[in-house]
Write a protein that binds this ligand. Structure first.
Ligand code: ADP
Ligand code: ZN
Length: 215
């Protein structure tokens, strides 16, 4: 399947994407994971992106398009992909349309995962992320804690609160989402690609997507 997952930070895009990869071998492409990996590895990309990310601002469109142009042409995308956290602005969406046309790829659907703001805020404040760039497993101190506090169950690396998960940065990320990313729903609705799924359970969101794709 070739999908875009839209939704506010904390809506469950990453969790849903990981569940979908198990269904048909599509790969999850998370620009957030790629950028965090680059920050940790100390690459030029990471150095450029880090300040924006820690403040909860978006990284410039040109950097993101550079990443995605290469990533979508890798072999593992042939079986399908789930775009998680990209596109995030109208210019990114327009550039993506152009890129997909150039590569001869068409999207199946754009899924808008709609979750109430209070649920989102609470989730983000209690989220913990594995620091190992190869793993980046996600936990929640309330609903899905690590077996040993602060240690990833899967790989044993520290599972910590992200630098952009202070209350201040979270509030800023949600405002940025409303201003810059929420308009993408209208953009894809006009193209007849949008499907909005309301719900706080990732299992139900996945069921809704399967049904929509006739799986
Ligand atoms: P979340 O969905 O929880 O906000 P992500 O992991 O998707 O987190 O993104 C973390 C940060 O990485 C964002 O706040 C932003 O700074 C940067 N980022 C990720 N994807 C994009 C994108 N498509 N465009 C611009 N910045 C991005
Ligand atoms: Zn881990």
């Amino acid at each position: 399947m070739k999908l875009i997952l839209l939704g506010a930070p904390g809506a469950g895009k990453g969790t849903v994407a990981k569940m979908l990869t198990k269904l048909d071998g599509s790969v999850q492409i998370s620009t957030g994971d790629i950028l965090r990996g680059a920050v940790q590895a100390g690459t030029d990309l990471g150095k450029e992106a880090e300040g924006y990310m820690n403040r909860g601002d978006l990284v410039p469109d040109s950097l993101i398009m550079g990443i995605m142009e290469g990533r979508l042409q890798e072999d593992d995308c042939k079986n399908g992909f789930l775009l998680d956290g990209f596109p995030r602005t109208i210019p990114q969406a327009e550039a993506l349309t152009e890129l997909l046309t150039k590569l001869g790829i068409s999207l199946d659907m754009v899924v808008n995962i709609d979750v109430p703001r209070d649920v989102i805020f609470d989730r983000l404040c209690t989220r913990r992320t594995c620091q190992n760039p190869e793993c980046q497993a996600i936990y929640n101190v309330k609903s899905n804690p690590t077996k040993v506090e602060g240690i990833c169950d899967k790989c044993g690396s520290p599972a910590i609160q992200r630098a952009d998960e202070t209350e201040e940065a979270i509030a800023h990320r949600l405002d940025t989402y409303n201003e810059k990313t929420a308009p993408l729903a209208g953009f894809y609705d006009e193209k007849g690609l949008l499907k909005t799924i309301t719900g706080t359970s990732s299992d139900l969101v996945v069921d809704g997507i399967k049904k929509e794709l006739g799986m």
